[in-house]
Design a protein around this ligand. Structure first.
Ligand code: PSU
Ligand code: MN
Length: 301
């Protein structure tokens, strides 16, 4: 059921750095055909930093850790490819379904395969209007019980960021800013919220990972929040305006559940003339490169 590619298996056996990459961003978070290009580009960026990329997805019921080019193409192009959270994995495996994995599903499969570092764009979290919809991404609960390091540009700015940070605190998930004391805002370098901890180098992140293992306790994650460079962020004024429109459209069209995140991301891309896409890509690229350097520092131990 779990298929670890030969390249990833060899790298893990030789203690060479490996970075897990999620696939929901490819299948449901980015417009086609750009998504395929980006998926391959992110794998290249990991390699350029000296690590092995392990893109994760489920194809015909098999959970893959490390995809070949044709498999990445299927994830990017196949119509009807599902969006799988960790709760969907067994259902997909047993029924032979295919789907892209969210952070929660990617983290659980990565951890099963022995990959310790994962890169994404923005984490899922608590949605605005949570009191009505109770929509909180399964990413949070899974990260409370999975020992993995997730490099992200904060949580998606479509969410209730302060509420998400509060939930991470309650769930006991460690959060640190990378070279910043501000929690990043995905498309924006600063979400307006502070973080309690700042880490300065990949080596220091790896030290924290070792300390997590030494101190035992619950198997929880480490979130490394890496801001998009200020010169590549989305204009904050445009962001505020278009996001308000997107949230209104979502409500008017009655979009709920798993469809909410892709709907909002797509709305932002279409109403910012692609500027949100550039900021999103800049953030993901930075995260993937940092994740590779963290994986290298981790593998050195
Ligand atoms: N970050 C992005 N684009 C995405 C996502 C994150 O830049 O598409 C995906 C991730 O896979 C994340 C998921 O785990 O959205 C969260 O979805 P939900 O809110 O339905 O849990
Ligand atoms: Mn949700």
């Amino acid at each position: 059921m779990l298929m670890v590619s030969e390249e990833v298996r060899e790298a893990l056996a030789a203690r060479r750095p490996v970075v897990a990459l999620e696939s929901t961003i490819i299948a449901h978070g980015l417009p086609r055909p750009r998504n395929l290009q980006v998926a391959l580009e992110l794998e290249d960026a990991v390699r350029e930093e000296g690590a092995v990329p392990a893109t994760i997805a489920v194809l015909d019921g098999r959970a893959h850790v490390g995809l070949g080019k044709e498999q990445v193409e299927r994830v990017a192009k196949e119509d009807g490819i599902r969006k799988l959270g960790h709760r969907d994995l067994a259902l997909a495996a047993a029924t032979g379904a295919s789907g892209a994995t969210t952070v929660s599903a990617t983290a659980s499969l990565a951890s099963l395969a022995g990959v310790r570092v994962l890169a994404t764009g923005g984490l899922g979290g608590v949605h605005r209007e949570w009191t009505v919809t109770q929509d909180e991404s399964a990413d949070l609960g899974l990260l409370a019980r999975t020992r993995i390091t997730v490099v992200c540009a904060g949580v998606k700015s479509i969410l209730d960021v302060p509420a998400t940070l509060q939930r991470l605190e309650t769930l006991g998930v460690a959060v640190a800013g990378y070279r910043t004391d501000r929690f990043p805002g995905f498309y924006l370098s600063d979400s307006g919220q502070p973080v309690d901890w700042t880490l300065e180098s990949p080596a220091q992140v790896a030290e924290v990972m070792r300390a997590q293992d030494a101190l035992r306790g619950p198997q929880s994650a480490l979130i490394v929040a890496n801001p998009v460079p200020q010169e590549e962020q989305l204009d904050p004024g445009i962001h505020a305006r278009v996001l308000a429109d997107a949230l209104r459209a979502c409500e008017e069209e009655g979009v709920t559940g798993q469809a909410v995140t892709p709907f909002l991301l797509d709305h932002l891309v279409r109403h910012t003339d692609g500027a949100s896409l550039s900021a999103n890509l800049a953030a993901v690229r930075g995260n993937v490169r940092l994740a590779a350097r963290i994986a290298a520092a981790w593998a050195e131990a």
